[in-house]
Ligand binder design. Structure first.
Ligand code: GTP
Ligand code: MG
Length: 203
């Protein structure tokens, strides 16, 4: 029996946030440190067998550079789902992500499913490990008073963990699925694509 389920997804987000890296991780299981900036858009597909069903992901990876902004509607209009990507080390990319969410809410598919990806979480994990090794962290909370030559790094840790909470709250308020991801370590990459993937084959 033919039992194929398609989903068309689109990735949107600031330049350098890691859209192409997330797709390459999902589709090819690869990561490159010097991924080239996308020109226009790139198309990927991934086919998975789940029990007796075939699930096909079709993914538009758009370009984050501002000069390609006017092309974006061509890619998101037909999409059933979107992943809006920001870089957790870059506040401006989070502001840009919110702008994309607004645009999709106003002009996207009415039933579009959206996910927010706070990417490059491996960079935060690296800092957490360093902070823990320095005894600045207990029970997952960050000590706000830091001394000595590491004070600057500690301050950063504090700011980044606030950003996580801010993104979580923003996602809840706007009905978005939210995950912090890493294309580098593969953390939460499959999860975020599956979460906004086809669900009907599970029934
Ligand atoms: P545009 O195509 O220009 O819109 O950018 P993009 O969103 O596709 O970003 P891209 O995937 O090209 O990644 C930009 C840079 O960030 C590359 O050098 C990647 O190697 C790096 N990068 C992407 N994801 C991660 C991640 O999860 N962790 C780390 N450490 N670096 C990442
Ligand atoms: Mg790209």
């Amino acid at each position: 029996a033919i039992n194929v389920h398609f989903i068309l997804q689109v990735l949107l987000g600031d330049v350098g946030a890691g859209k192409s890296s997330l797709v390459l991780r999902f589709v090819k299981g690869q990561f490159v440190e010097f991924q080239e900036s996308t020109i226009g858009a790139a198309f990927f597909s991934q086919t998975l067998a789940v029990n007796d069903a075939t699930v096909k992901f079709e993914i538009w990876d758009t370009a984050g550079q501002e000069r390609y902004h006017s092309l974006a509607p061509m890619y998101y209009r037909g999409a059933a789902a979107a992943i809006i990507v920001y870089d957790i080390t870059n506040q401006a990319s989070f502001e840009r992500a919110k702008k994309w969410v607004q645009e999709l809410q106003a002009q996207g598919n009415p039933g579009m499913v959206m996910a927010l990806a706070g990417n490059k979480v491996d960079l935060l994990d690296a800092r957490k490990v360093a902070a823990e090794a320095n005894g600045k962290r207990s029970n997952g909370f960050i000590v706000q008073f830091c001394f000595g030559f590491n004070a600057h790094a500690c301050q950063f840790d504090f700011l980044f963990s606030l950003a996580t909470q801010e993104a979580q709250t923003y996602a809840q308020e706007n009905g978005l699925f939210f995950k912090e991801t890493s294309a580098k370590t593969a953390s939460n990459v499959n999860e975020i694509f599956y979460e906004i993937g086809p669900k009907d084959y599970l029934e």
